[in-house]
Design a protein around this ligand. Structure first.
Ligand code: ADP
Length: 303
C-alpha cells in the first residue's frame, strides 16, 4: 500500500475572457472548485491506478475541509485529516486567461500547520505501508518525521521536491529519503545547474544518487526520464502524445511510480508505467480530473 503525507487544497479555478486591471471588477465566465494540492493529487493518482492509498494531511474546520475530505473518500483514498480549529483549509485561486495561461495565488493555510506530532499520531499507518510518498508543500520537519517513522518500519520513502523554488537541501536532509524525484527545474535548485536533455538528466541523477539512500529519478517533461538507483541506471524518452495541459503530470508520475514500486515492480518497469500514466494525463485538462485509471491506461495511447 501507499501512504502520501502532504498538502491538500481546494482549487478554485476561474476562466476569464480577459485579465482585469488593478481596482477593476469583472465577471468570470465559469468557476470550478475541485480537489488539489500535490499530496492529494498524488494520493488520487495512486488510488486510480490500483494502489491501496492513504492520505495524511491537515485541513481547517471550514466548508472546504468537508469538500476536500469528501472528494478523497469518493476516490477511494483513506483520509486521515487533522482538523485544525481557527485555520483555513488550503486554497489555490487559479485564474485561467483567454489564451490558456494562468495566474495562481496559493493560500497554504492548514498545510503549513501539520506538525511532526500529527505524524507521530499516525505511526501505525506509516509502519504498515510499503511506500511513503512526500512532497515539498508542507513543513520539512513534518516530512522528515514521516520519513523517519517509515524507515523505522522498513517502508520505502520517495520525496518529490516540488514545487519550485526548491531549497538547496543539504546532504543531511537528502539522506532521509530513499528516492528523490525532481523535475529539471527542481534538480537545478538542488544542484546549482539545470539539466536540459536526457544525458544531462543522467548526469544530474548520478550526482543526486550519492546524496539519497537509493538514488534519484529526474523527470524532463516531454523529453523523458533519467534515473540512477543504486546499480540500476538508465533513461527513457517520453511517449509521444498530443499534450494539451501538463498540470499534474508530475503528480501523476509520482503517484504511479509509488503504486508500482509498492507492488514490487522493478524500477525500470515502474518508471515506464509512470511515464505512460503521466503522458496520458497531459492529454486531458485539469489536475485531479486529468489523472488516469488503470483501465484507461490499458487502452493504446493516442499520438
Ligand atoms: P512536473 O510536471 O513536475 O513539472 P515534468 O514536466 O518533468 O514534471 O513531467 C513529469 C513527467 O510527465 C515527465 O517525466 C513525463 O514522463 C511526463 N510528461 C510531461 N510532459 C509530457 C509531454 N508533453 N509528453 C509526454 N509526457 C510528458
Amino acid at each position: 500500500s501507499v501512504t502520501v503525507v502532504g498538502s491538500i487544497n481546494i482549487d478554485l479555478t476561474s476562466y476569464l475572457d480577459r485579465w482585469p486591471n488593478v481596482g477593476e471588477t469583472i465577471a468570470v465566465r465559469e468557476t470550478v472548485s475541485s480537489l488539489g494540492g500535490k499530496g492529494a493529487n498524488q494520493a488520487v493518482a495512486a488510488a486510480r491506478l490500483g494502489a491501496r492509498a492513504t492520505f495524511i494531511g491537515a485541513v481547517g474546520t471550514d466548508g472546504f475541509a468537508q469538500q476536500a475530505a469528501g472528494e478523497l473518500r469518493r476516490e477511494g483514498v483513506g483520509a486521515l485529516l487533522a482538523e485544525l480549529a481557527e485555520t483555513a483549509t488550503g486554497l489555490a485561486f487559479i485564474d485561467v486567461g483567454p489564451e490558456g495561461g494562468n495566474m495562481i495565488r496559493l493560500a497554504g493555510g492548514a498545510n503549513h500547520k501539520l506538525t511532526p506530532a500529527d505524524i507521530r499520531a499516525q505511526a501505525d499507518v506509516l509502519a504498515a505501508c510499503d511506500v511513503v510518498l512526500l512532497q515539498n508543500e508542507i513543513g520539512l520537519e513534518t516530512s522528515l518525521e514521516a520519513a523517519r517513522l517509515a524507515h523505522a518500519a522498513g517502508a520505502l520513502v520517495i520525496m518529490d521536491p516540488a514545487p519550485a523554488p526548491v531549497p538547496a537541501w543539504p546532504r543531511d536532509v537528502l539522506q532521509n529519503f530513499d528516492i528523490i524525484t525532481p523535475n529539471a527545474h527542481e534538480a537545478g535548485g538542488l544542484l546549482g545547474w539545470e539539466p536540459k536533455m536526457l544525458d544531462e538528466g543522467r548526469e544530474a541523477a548520478k550526482v543526486l544518487r550519492d546524496f539519497c539512500r537509493i538514488g534519484a529519478i529526474v523527470t524532463l517533461g516531454e523529453k523523458g526520464v533519467a534515473w540512477e538507483l543504486g546499480d540500476d541506471v538508465g533513461s527513457l524518452p517520453a511517449p509521444k502524445v498530443k499534450a494539451i495541459d501538463t498540470v499534474a503530470a508530475g503528480d501523476c508520475f509520482n503517484g504511479a511510480l509509488a503504486t508500482r514500486l509498492s507492488l514490487g515492480e522493478s524500477p525500470k518497469e515502474a518508471i515506464a508505467f509512470a511515464m505512460r500514466a503521466a503522458a496520458l494525463a497531459t492529454t486531458r485538462k485539469g489536475a485531479a480530473s486529468s489523472l488516469p485509471t488503470l483501465e484507461e491506461l490499458e487502452a493504446p495511447l493516442k499520438s
